[in-house]
Design a protein around this ligand. Structure first.
Ligand code: 2HG
Ligand code: ZN
Length: 473
C-alpha cells in the first residue's frame, strides 16, 4: 500500500487543512501506544467533524489504497491503534464526533457518537437516572468508539457483559465510504444476520464505527463493597458462587487481587493504603448492587462473609463504610497496571478459562513460571467472575529488563498453550491488535480463520482498514 505526498495534497484539497493535520506535534502522540511498545510514523492525522467527512475520507482512501488506522483514546494493550513505520498510513481520530445524540430513559437507551469519552457517557446516563455499566480503569480518557471496536471488558462484566452485550445498534462507515446506518434502539430484531456484531471487536479492520445505540440500566441505589482476604483462588471461586446465590445474583464486580498487587500499588501510587492490616496471599474486591435503595446489601454481604469465614473461605474482610472508602478500594484495583509499569518492564497475558478452572490454571501456570523463568515476579490478577486473569510478569528487583524480555517468546508460548489446553482464550478482553496476530493465526480453528479472512475480503477488498492488525495480510 502506497501513499505519497501527492495523495496527501489531494486529501488536503478534499477535506481542508482543518481536517487533515500534518504538524509533527499533533502526530507525535498518536504514533506510539501508551505502553511505548510500538512506534510508527503517520502520513497525517484526519480529524473529521461529521460522519459525511468520514465517508468522504474512506471513499478516497479506498480508491487510492491508503491505509487508515482508527485511533481513539490510545489505551490499547495490543498496539491496535498505532500506525506502522512506513509513513503511508493515515491515522483517523473521531474525537470531534463526540455528541450524545439522544438519551431515552423510558427506553433505557442512548445514542452516542464514537468520540465520546466513556466517563462522559456514564455521567450522561446518571443525569437521566440511568446506569451505563461499562467501567474501565481508563474510563476518563478512553472513547466509546474504541471500547466498541475492541469489545472492551472491564469491571462490571460479571453482571452486565462485555461492550458487545450493551449494543442495540451501530452506525458504521464501510471501507468504501458507504454508510451502514443501523442505529436501532429496539431490543428484539431477528431480521437476518447480526451485522452490527461484526464491527464490535473488529478493531477497526472492517470499517469505522461512528455512533452507537447503547443499553442503559436502572441506576444502582444500594451498593455494598468489600475487600476480602482469601487463602487461595479456589476459595474466591466458591465465594463468588455463594454471593451470587445469597444475593439473588446481585454481584456486579468480583476481582481477584494478589498480595504483590498491594505491595506494588502502595509502593508506587501515592495515597494508596492496604485495606487490611494482615497480609494474605490473595484478596477479592467484590461489589453487590441493586436498583432498590433498601435492599440491605451491606448486611447481606457481612452475613455471607461471616459464613464464608466459618467455612474457611475467607480469613479477613473489610466493608466500605462510605463512598470514599469504596473509591479507595477501586482506586487500588484500577492502579495495578500503572503500578506495574512504574515498577519496571512487564510481560502481559490477558487470558481466560472457564471460571471453575481458574484455580487449577493459576496453580499449573504458576508452577511452570517458578520452574522455568528467572528474573521475574508474577503479578496475576483480574476478573475472576469472568474467568479472566491478567497473568502478568514483572522484572525482578535488581535484574535488567532485558533478562525478562529475553524469555518473552518462551513464556508466551507456554502460557498460551496451557490456556488452550484449558479450553480458554489467549485474549480475553484486550483484543488482538498488532501484538497477537501470530497468536490468532496459531490458535484459531482453521475454519474460523478462513471465515474471518473471507469477511475481511468482502468488506475491505483493498485491505485499507487498520492493515496488519488482527489478521495477517
Ligand atoms: C485491568 O484489568 C486491565 O486492569 C489491564 O485490563 C490489565 O495491565 C493489564 O494487564
Ligand atoms: Zn482487565
Amino acid at each position: 500500500m502506497t501513499a505519497g505526498n501527492g495523495s496527501l495534497a489531494r486529501l488536503e484539497a478534499l477535506l481542508g487543512a482543518d481536517v487533515i493535520r500534518t504538524a509533527a506535534a499533533e502526530l507525535e502522540p498518536l504514533q506510539q501506544d501508551h505502553r511505548r511498545l510500538y512506534q510508527g510514523r503517520a502520513l497525517a492525522l484526519a480529524l473529521p467533524r461529521t460522519v459525511e467527512e468520514v465517508s468522504t475520507l474512506l471513499a478516497f482512501c479506498h480508491a487510492q489504497r491508503i491505509g487508515v488506522v482508527p485511533h481513539a483514546g490510545n489505551t490499547s494493550y495490543c498496539g491496535g491503534a498505532t500506525p506502522d513505520a512506513s509513513g503511508t498510513q493515515l491515522v483517523l481520530s473521531l474525537r470531534r464526533l463526540a455528541a450524545i445524540r439522544a438519551v431515552d430513559p423510558l427506553n433505557y437507551s442512548m445514542v452516542a457518537e464514537a468520540g465520546c469519552i466513556l466517563a462522559t457517557l456514564q455521567q450522561a446516563a446518571a443525569a437521566a437516572d440511568r446506569f451505563f455499566p461499562l467501567s474501565l480503569g481508563s474510563e476518563g480518557s478512553c472513547q466509546i468508539g474504541g471500547n466498541l471496536s475492541t469489545n472492551a471488558g472491564g469491571l462490571n462484566v460479571v453482571r452486565y457483559g462485555m461492550t458487545r452485550d450493551l449494543v442495540l445498534g451501530l452506525e458504521v462507515v464501510l471501507p468504501d465510504g458507504r454508510l451502514l446506518s443501523s442505529l436501532s434502539s429496539v431490543r428484539k430484531d431477528n431480521t437476518g444476520y447480526d451485522l452490527k456484531s461484526l464491527f464490535v471487536g473488529a478493531e477497526g479492520t472492517l470499517g469505522v464505527i461512528t455512533a452507537a445505540s447503547l443499553k442503559l440500566f436502572p441506576l444502582p441505589r444500594d451498593v455494598a463493597t468489600a475487600f476480602v482476604a482469601v487463602p487461595r483462588p479456589q476459595a474466591a471461586v466458591e465465594l463468588l458462587v455463594r454471593l451470587r446465590e445469597a444475593s439473588g445474583d446481585r454481584v456486579g464486580s468480583f476481582e481477584l487481587v494478589p498480595q504483590i498487587a498491594i505491595d506494588l500499588t502502595t509502593r508506587h501510587i501515592p495515597g494508596i493504603v492496604a485495606p487490611l492490616d494482615r497480609a494474605s496471599p490473595w484478596y477479592v474486591l467484590c461489589e453487590l448492587s441493586s436498583p432498590r435503595a433498601d435492599e440491605g446489601l451491606g448486611v447481606l454481604l457481612e452475613t455471607e462473609l461471616g459464613r464464608a469465614f466459618e467455612a474457611g473461605l475467607v480469613t479477613d474482610a473489610v466493608l466500605a463504610q462510605s463512598e470514599r472508602e469504596r473509591q479507595a478500594f477501586w482506586r487500588l484495583r484500577e492502579s495495578v497496571p500503572t503500578a506495574q509499569t512504574r515498577d519496571g518492564a512487564s510481560l502481559k497475558h490477558d487470558v481466560s478459562v472457564p471460571v471453575a478452572q481458574l484455580p487449577a490454571f493459576i496453580e499449573q501456570a504458576s508452577r511452570w513460571i517458578e520452574a522455568q523463568v528467572t528474573d521475574a515476579v508474577l503479578v496475576a490478577y483480574g476478573h475472576v467472575g469472568d474467568g479472566n486473569l491478567h497473568f502478568n510478569l514483572n522484572q525482578a528487583p535488581g535484574t535488567p529488563a532485558e533478562a525478562l524480555q529475553a524469555q518473552e517468546a518462551k513464556i508466551r508460548r507456554a502460557i498460551h498453550d496451557l490456556v488452550h489446553d484449558f479450553g480458554g482464550s489467549f485474549s480475553a478482553e484486550h483484543g488482538i491488535g498488532r501484538s497477537k496476530v501470530e497468536e490468532l493465526a496459531r490458535y484459531a480453528p482453521p475454519v474460523e480463520l478462513e471465515l474471518m479472512q473471507a469477511i475481511k475480503r468482502a468488506l475491505d477488498p483493498h485491505g485499507i482498514m487498520n492493515p496488519g492488525k488482527v489478521l495477517q495480510p
